[in-house]
Write a protein of this length. Structure first.
Length: 262
């Protein structure tokens, strides 16, 4: 079993406050390797653990944070197989199970340029899917482009998903999410559940001991009221503002938190 959650916010200093608002809707699967990553001072910061004992909710102060869990198979190590995966400024995670995962990994790897094929260290199809997404960006010379627009990123992630589908056969159920710390894109295929929500600002925050009636005279209260975030996660029940991403759709969020779905 694998899970992922990605959150993009307007105020990086309040990232952990925003994660507190959704953690009850995203219980971590027991017995899975877990990872959390974000960006600080332009650099990726990441932590991994062999079990959810790692407090992934204590994420770095970052505009975007991604956390993921994955059940490791026999002989699979944390560094090679745990998510999210990283390449330079990109983070990536996948969820879902493929009946022919090992075969999909090999077929995807065969189609990659050598320098990206060599980055696949573990035995998972998810890591090969990440390399396929990077190959899509490399084809247009935009792997390291900080001005990459959401429409282009979403289109390339969709192409990556189609490649996974093509090599899987049948109707596989999986989802993919990727971010370079500035934008966020996610796509869903088949029966894998993916939902998203918009978090509007509010004064109440247990972490900072603020209540809904806290005075706006405090700068921290004003910051909490102004904050906004978009969250994308697997296996979250709809309702309370959570909306299911349609099957086959790709969601993209820019730095202004504008959401587009195609």
């Amino acid at each position: 079993m694998s899970q992922h959650l990605a959150l993009i916010t307007s105020d990086s200093a309040l990232m952990r406050c925003e994660l507190d608002r959704v953690r009850d809707r995203f219980p971590l699967a027991p017995g899975s390797a877990v990872g959390v990553a974000g960006w600080q001072d332009g650099q990726v910061v990441e932590r991994r653990s062999a079990s959810p004992s790692l407090d992934v909710w204590e994420a770095p102060d970052s505009e975007v944070v991604m956390l993921a869990t994955r059940a490791l198979g026999v002989g699979q190590g944390i560094e090679e197989s745990a998510q999210p995966f990283r390449f330079r400024q990109w983070l990536f995670a996948a969820a879902g199970e493929l009946e022919r995962g090992a075969a999909v990994r090999e077929r995807l790897r065969e189609e990659l340029p050598e320098f990206l094929a060599s980055t696949i260290r573990g035995p998972t199809w998810e890591e090969a899917a990440f390399a396929t997404f990077l190959a899509e960006l490399r084809e247009i010379g935009r792997i390291e482009d900080p001005t990459l627009d959401t429409a282009t990123a979403a289109m390339r992630l969709s192409a990556c998903a189609r490649a996974v589908e093509q090599h899987s056969g049948g109707k596989p159920g999986f989802s993919l999410v990727a971010s370079n710390g500035r934008i966020l894109v996610a796509t869903r295929r088949g029966g894998q559940s993916v939902s998203y929500t918009l978090l509007e600002g509010q004064a109440a925050c247990a972490r900072h001991e603020l209540t809904a009636s806290s005075s706006d005279a405090e700068a921290l209260v004003r910051d909490h009221r102004r904050r906004r975030s978009v969250v994308v996660a697997t296996d979250v029940s709809p309702g309370d503002g959570w909306v299911v991403l349609p099957e086959g759709a790709t969601l993209a969020v820019d730095r202004k938190l504008a959401v587009t779905i195609k």
